[in-house]
Design a protein around this ligand. Structure first.
Ligand code: FAD
Length: 395
């Protein structure tokens, strides 16, 4: 049985690794257009191993995040990858946010998040001395990791199981013959598979279209910009500090994230991106912009949410505005405490009716599996997504 996986991000590699483990006699090939694994979302994330706090109980995000976090902790332990349970606070900054925090707590308890505690102002100070809030939810098992290092370890597992990870192989066409899925590379080479799994992240809709499937939902790219605390002020943050999220959006709001190397980042915001895979401030890709503007779902979405979109652009253009939001959690923070930090671009699928696809979306038909929406917490969930997908494949 020949199995192909398109995309060597953390999701594609986790699936390939699982298939290499599960099936005897499988010939496994991962195809990746970049020259390294985890080059896009996987290598530009916040590095948080979510514990399952926010997600609608019963959703794929809720179940696969809980299972994925457990599997990932054990995997990192086994592979010697740094995995630090620094814990997380979700903080209500004013009484008006308490109802939102109650809902976050209800979901977290329904999802079985371990060790949860509701804290008052004094207890908040004992965990994060510089944070001000009226109440908070503490998830002590939320952790941090370097997801690109995890992706590299998955790729090593694939190779150790006899599979190949072909870097610099850009898939430019996918056709179905009577019995095979034929994948054409931009280099002209053609490969034949019995099963194909497409995990193309920011290119998911384009690859679906290439494979003759519905291009909806479209991917709309959202740029996430961080600021980094200067080293002398890194003591302001011990672990992970989040505001109560706005339930209308799948993004978590500007938060403080400690990285495994000790750096502390503030962000990310969520600004419409002018390039799916460009990270500099000037990044612009005409095809990406046109595809976004032409998407009916995007046009409906922007009519509904233009105020939020404008506020995000403001936070991108003005460091003062960005820091003003962060100061609602840590009033001591000053504009001179930060320097520009990393940038990531999230793939967010949007349905034609303009709704942001909330849950993971995975479709499967006649030997072809498409990962159509795998935003956060998909890195956390990668090993559980792999179990889920391998269970769907008839091998
Ligand atoms: C700013 C930001 C913060 C985040 N924070 C977190 C977090 O703290 N915790 C968490 O769990 N998740 C987080 N996420 C989400 C997480 O990073 C993603 O859910 C996860 O990385 C998705 O993995 P993937 O493999 O689907 O996509 P990707 O990592 O984007 O990989 C897709 C791969 O497909 C390849 N590809 C595309 N087209 C082709 C083609 N034609 N031929 C060959 N290869 C192709 C791409 O080059 C890419 O390498 C964050 C994401 C961002 C952007």
């Amino acid at each position: 049985m020949r199995v192909g996986v398109v995309g060597a991000g953390i999701v594609g590699l986790a699936i390939a690794r699982r298939l290499g483990e599960r099936v005897g006699g499988v010939e496994l090939t991962v195809l990746e257009k970049e020259l390294q694994v985890g080059a896009h979302q996987t290598g530009h994330s916040s590095g948080v191993v979510h514990a399952g706090v926010y997600y609608v109980p019963g959703s794929l995000k809720a179940t696969l995040c809980r299972r994925g976090a457990e599997l990932l902790a054990a995997y990192c332990d086994q592979r010697g990858i740094t995995y630090s349970e620094c814990g997380k606070l979700v903080v209500a900054r004013a009484p008006g946010e308490l109802a939102g925090l109650d809902e976050v707590e209800r979901r977290a308890r329904a999802n079985g998040v371990p060790g949860l505690r509701r804290l008052g102002p004094l207890e908040i100070g004992a965990i994060e001395p510089y944070v001000r809030g009226v109440s908070a939810l503490h998830s002590p098992r939320t952790a941090i990791v370097d997801f690109q290092a995890v992706a590299r370890a998955y790729a090593d597992d694939v190779r150790a199981a006899g599979g190949s990870v072909r870097l610099g192989f850009k898939v430019s066409a996918v056709r179905r013959s009577a019995s095979e899925l034929l994948v054409q590379g931009a280099c002209g080479e053609q490969l034949a598979f019995d099963r194909l799994i497409i995990c193309a992240g920011l290119q998911a809709d384009r690859l679906a279209s290439l494979a003759g499937c519905d291009p909806e939902p479209r991917v709309v790219p959202f740029r996430g910009e961080y600021h980094r605390l200067v080293a002398e002020r890194a003591h302001l943050v011990r672990g992970l500090i989040y505001p109560v999220p706005n339930p209308a959006y799948p993004f978590l709001g500007v938060h403080f994230t400690r990285r495994v190397d000790g750096a502390v980042d503030i962000g990310p915001n969520a600004v419409l991106a002018l390039s799916r895979e460009g990270y500099s401030r000037a990044a612009f890709d005409a095809r990406d912009v046109l595809d976004t503007l032409r998407s009916p779902g995007f046009r409906r979405m922007i009519r509904r949410h233009w105020r939020m979109a404008a506020a995000q652009v403001h936070s991108s253009l003005s460091t003062r505005e960005f820091i003003a939001r962060a100061r609602q959690l840590i009033p001591e923070l000053a504009i001179g405490d930060v320097v520009p930090g990393p940038v990531g671009v999230r793939a967010q699928a949007i349905d034609p009716d303009g709704s942001l696809v909330e849950d993971f979306r995975i479709t499967s038909s006649r030997g072809l599996v498409l990962i159509r929406n795998a935003p956060s917490p998909a890195a956390t969930s990668s090993l559980a997504i792999a179990e889920h997908v391998s269970g769907q494949l008839d091998l």
